[in-house]
Design a protein around this ligand. Structure first.
Ligand code: GLU
Length: 512
């Protein structure tokens, strides 16, 4: 039976979507597209205590920004809705009861004090990982230890209960992960996880399996942190009798800290000065702010390109891909098993590459908006010339203005370090003569004529231009480094260059 490929991204709305989650969404999207299938999104909000307002909108906006929106989701439902687990609440109980009936699950009435006492007892007996399992359940209050009548009485009287899965004592559970190959776990290491909570809400495990089944999911592509849960999920598929349509699993490698030591966390980003979230986020409870790639000036295609390489490679030298090209090139067998180090320098490199390919017209919009925000009014001609000058040199669109505003606003002070090293009587001589030459210059003042005039002035003064060049830059721009100076001169015009030189000559003191 050939089923239509259907994959899902299943985030829990518990805060800002971490970059690892965005990568999971991207791999799901690419896989679905590649296979001619569908990419769905389901909100897993069964744990109401961890619900964070705004988190769902954040997920939606992040995926929209990147152009990888799902075709079925809470905002765009298909035939398998609702797409929020909280809205599916009434569906789950029947499945849990089905497992009870088949003898694969049971009612448990233990109070939190009793559970705590059990843990203490086991800890005192030096059990490393005290848990409710095939051994300990025999000493607890559940439908396996209590008489049928007593269970009935307790249920009828409305006593709180949970439903737990009955994990077999000693059985090998195997699954063939698309990335890791065969994974085998003995059931003795698993605990009797709660499937149904006392408030009538399913836990993640039950809801996840029931929903993947009902939503006809064919492949589960998710983070490695879920690998330990996969054997339990395999057992659930078996006990429900859904093994025929059990999805194939692919557990993605971890995203590691830049030094490779452990999982990338929000704190690493704060400490090392890079975002770990796609968009800015303000925690609605604490007010704590986190910065996002979008607001830092990363372009969506650059971010996607950076992201896809955190765990996957095309098997050749290519580095730059459009989303369509990624769909074409993507395959799960080229996803690595081991974690990938997070390297923000690479993200910047991608941004620079994509920025260069943008049209001048598009970049002018950023430039003009940033200039306006700084109170500067720049003519279209100038904006165009400046953007052309800067676009090969910057990392972020905002840098176009930030690193060139000295062209629009003449410097009022000068880099003192450069001045102390480079400002001398030779520089002053050349500059003063150049200003005079500029006054009488007529003709087209472009980068070439500006340079020829400067060279001939220095020669006439008997001074090597190379020796005073940095001082010339300092006089006109205020700093010792920047874009092609002769192009800057051409944009400024001869009169403005002369004016700036005279201001520098009157301000800077010649030391030697
Ligand atoms: N709700 C889970 C999460 O937040 C989804 C895990 C899965 O994809 O099965 O990551």
């Amino acid at each position: 039976m050939n089923r239509e490929v259907r994959v899902r991204f299943a985030p829990s709305p518990t805060g800002a979507l971490h970059i690892g989650g965005v990568r999971t969404a991207l791999y799901n999207y690419l896989f679905a597209k590649k296979m001619g299938g569908k990419f769905l999104l389901r909100i897993e909000d069964t744990d109401q205590t961890r619900f964070v307002p705004g988190a769902e909108d954040y997920i939606k906006e992040s995926l929209e920004w990147l152009g990888i929106s799902p075709v079925e989701s809470p905002w765009n439902p298909g035939d398998c809705g609702p797409y929020r687990q909280s809205e599916r609440k009434p569906m789950y109980m029947q499945y849990a009861l089905d497992l009870v009936k088949k003898g694969h699950a049971y009612y448990a009435f233990d109070t939190s004090e009793e559970l705590e006492a059990m843990r203490e007892r086991l800890t005192a007996a030096r059990v490393v990982q005290p848990q409710y399992n095939s051994i300990t359940r025999t000493q607890m209050k559940n439908s396996l230890t209590l008489s049928e009548d007593e269970v009935k009485t307790r249920l009828i009287s409305g006593e709180p209960y949970v439903i737990r899965i009955k994990i077999p004592r000693n059985e090998d559970v195997r699954l063939n992960d698309m990335i890791r190959g065969w994974v085998m776990v003995n059931s003795s290491t698993l605990d009797d996880k709660v499937l149904m909570k006392s408030d009538g809400m399913p836990t993640y495990h039950l809801a996840n399996i029931v929903d993947d089944y009902l939503m006809k999911i064919t492949h589960v592509i998710r983070g490695e942190e879920w690998l330990p849960s996969a054997p339990l999920h395999v057992l659930l598929y078996r006990y429900f009798g859904w093994e025929d349509t059990m999805p194939q699993f692919a557990h993605l490698p971890l995203l590691l800290k830049p030094d490779g030591n452990g999982k990338l966390s929000k704190r690493d980003g704060d400490k090392l000065g890079f975002p770990v979230f796609p968009l800015n986020w303000t925690d609605p409870f604490t007010g704590e702010k986190s910065s996002g790639f979008r607001e830092q000036g990363y372009l969506p295609d650059a971010f996607l390109n950076f992201l896809v390489f955190l765990g996957w490679n095309p098997g050749d030298e290519r580095e730059l891909f459009t989303l369509e090209e990624l769909v074409e090139a993507f395959s799960v067998d080229r996803i690595g098993k081991s974690g990938t180090k997070f390297d923000i320098a690479k993200a910047k490199w991608y941004n620079e590459q994509y920025l260069k390919t943008k049209s001048t017209a598009e970049l002018m919009n950023y430039f003009i908006a940033n200039a306006k925000a700084d109170g500067a009014d720049v003519s279209t001609d100038k904006a165009e010339a400046i953007v052309n000058l800067m676009k090969e040199r910057v990392t972020f669109p905002a840098d176009l203005w930030k690193e060139s505003k000295f062209i629009i606003t003449a410097p009022s002070d000068f880099d003192q370090e450069i001045a102390s090293k480079k400002w001398n009587s030779d520089a002053a001589k050349v500059l003063s003569a150049y200003a005079t030459a500029l006054d009488s210059f007529n003709g087209e003042f472009d980068a070439i004529s500006a340079k020829i005039l400067l060279e001939s002035t220095a020669e006439a003064e008997g001074i090597k231009l190379g020796k005073v060049m940095q001082a010339v830059r300092l006089a006109v721009t205020g700093s010792g480094a920047g874009p092609d100076l002769m192009v800057v001169f051409a944009i400024l015009g001869s009169a403005e260059v002369a004016k700036r030189i005279r201001f520098a000559l009157s301000t800077l003191i010649v030391v030697a």
